[in-house]
Design a protein around this ligand. Structure first.
Ligand SMILES: [Zn+2]
Length: 128
């Protein structure tokens, strides 16, 4: 799967001097474009940005919107599968369709899920 390969490539660009936990991500659009992201940490930890947010923000920054996104891959080399943190689930719940494929892999195991499964009953624009 090309989107997974690109996510693992992006993982090499992670800036993770504090956690040492490198994460890569890649958004694939329905018209065949790829937007990568890696986690970028900061000494002021709260300012760290996660790989999947960087990837989805890159897609949006290039003009793509949720109905044009085919899938997003999020990868690490940890023993356990990487899953999006709470902040990223909130962001993905607004910027992806509820059933868009979210592919999680650590190189050994791979699962395909979606934000409906990862964050049911999400708070969003519909609640306002
Ligand atoms: Zn996150």
């Amino acid at each position: 799967m090309k989107v997974l390969d690109k996510a693992f490539e992006a993982m090499q660009n992670a800036y993770a001097p504090y956690s040492k936990y490198k994460v890569g991500s890649c958004v694939e659009t329905k018209d065949g474009k790829f937007f990568i992201g890696a986690n970028v940490e900061n000494a002021s930890y709260g300012l760290t940005n996660c790989a999947e947010r960087n990837a989805i923000f890159a897609a949006y920054s290039n003009g793509y919107r949720k109905n044009q996104i085919k899938c997003i891959a999020i990868v690490s080399r940890g023993e356990k599968l990487v899953t999006p943190c709470g902040a990223c689930r909130q962001v993905l719940s607004e910027l992806l369709e509820r059933d868009t494929e979210i592919i999680l892999s650590n190189g050994k195991d791979t699962i395909i899920t979606n934000i409906e499964d990862l964050m049911p009953l999400a708070f969003g624009a519909d609640n306002l």
